[in-house]
Design a protein around this ligand. Sequence first.
Ligand SMILES: Cc1cc2nc3c(=O)[nH]c(=O)nc-3n(C[C@H](O)[C@H](O)[C@H](O)COP(=O)(O)OP(=O)(O)OC[C@H]3O[C@@H](n4cnc5c(N)ncnc54)[C@H](O)[C@@H]3O)c2cc1C
Length: 378
Amino acid sequence: MRILIVGAGPAGLYLAYLLKRQDATHHIRIVEQNVPDATFGFGVVFSDRALDFLRDDDEHTYELLLPAMQRWSDLALNHCGQRIVIDGIGFAAIGRLQLLQLLQQRLQSVGVTPEYRHALTDLAGLRGYDLVVAADGAHSFVRRQFEPAFGTQIELLDNRFAWYGTTRRFDTLSQTFVDTAFGPMNAHHYRYSEGMGTFIAECDAATWQRAGFADMDEATTRRIIETAFAETLGCHALVSNKSVWRQFPKIFNAHWSAGHVVLVGDALRTAHFSIGSGTRLAFEDVIALAKALRDEPDVPRALHAYEAARRPVVDKLVAAANRSAAWYEDFAAHMQLAPWDLAWSYIQRSGRIDLERLRLVSPRFVAGYQAARPDNRA
Ligand SMILES: Cc1cc2nc3c(=O)[nH]c(=O)nc-3n(C[C@H](O)[C@H](O)[C@H](O)COP(=O)(O)OP(=O)(O)OC[C@H]3O[C@@H](n4cnc5c(N)ncnc54)[C@H](O)[C@@H]3O)c2cc1C
């Protein structure tokens, strides 16, 4: 089969590897607009079971990625000078660049080399293939060519976020809420290697306007954020990587394929970064797509099978991600709560978790909450 994969992010690289491993006769071409060691952002997290989904199908990749990950079992919320620890909510993190390099290595092992510095910019470039895979991220060029057929809907969240790195070493995944002269801000921060951490700063639109971030250069913006989070950062600076303010796009497609063109990863849908699942979803998409193509030789039928198998899981997770995003859109209001109440609201943000279940997962947190709020039966 002649296959074109557009984009060598996690979805594109891993799909190319899986398809070639599955059938060495496939002609796979993977094009990427950037150079091999370029990426946006810093580290990404996976939920506590980290890469368990990889273990069954692909132990080798699992074993390769695992040692590169930082792990922890609790998360922490910092609010009004108090640190509330929510035990049992574990995550594992990896540098995005390192992840890409390891996946490039896997792809090399089956003899496929991505064509870097090759941006796909016209429809003619999509012709002549049995299958075209849009793995080109949230702003997918491929998807934009067929939006009516995919039934694409994009909604921008109001909050602004900027994705930085820092050399400050954080113990665990943390959320820090601060009041600044311009209004409330929060940061999502965690380490992704021994020496580096991710630091995502976020604020609502009103705070962003008052601070004048719209007309501010990158260096001044960074300094203001460093000042706002001086206590959290210690003496460490923020590191920029095209770290400009963005609005998170919620992307939805009514149909996942159109003819022989199929969407995977962020090109298909986004999941708000507050639940740390976008990369895992991208991996799971391409695992499902590779299986569908293995089991069904007719491409359009295989693409429908991929959507049918995957859609229920994705819809459920995206609904949870959207509820989490909605909580963050209102984080200024949640900051009016006392620290324990904020933490309680936070833990329930993606869907109500009943007390008994939470007690099993986070016994210390539930005990702390009940001691602080003895009248609240939750
Ligand atoms: C602030 C933030 C924090 C995040 N944190 C996490 C997290 O903690 N955990 C997590 O799992 N996920 C996280 N994500 C989401 C995660 O980054 C994405 O879900 C994941 O990268 C999707 O992989 P992908 O391969 O589909 O797309 P991408 O990683 O976007 O890769 C797409 C690739 O396509 C290339 N490309 C684009 N257009 C073209 C073109 N026309 N021609 C050729 N190449 C092209 C791009 O250069 C890029 O390399 C976060 C996202 C954001 C914004």
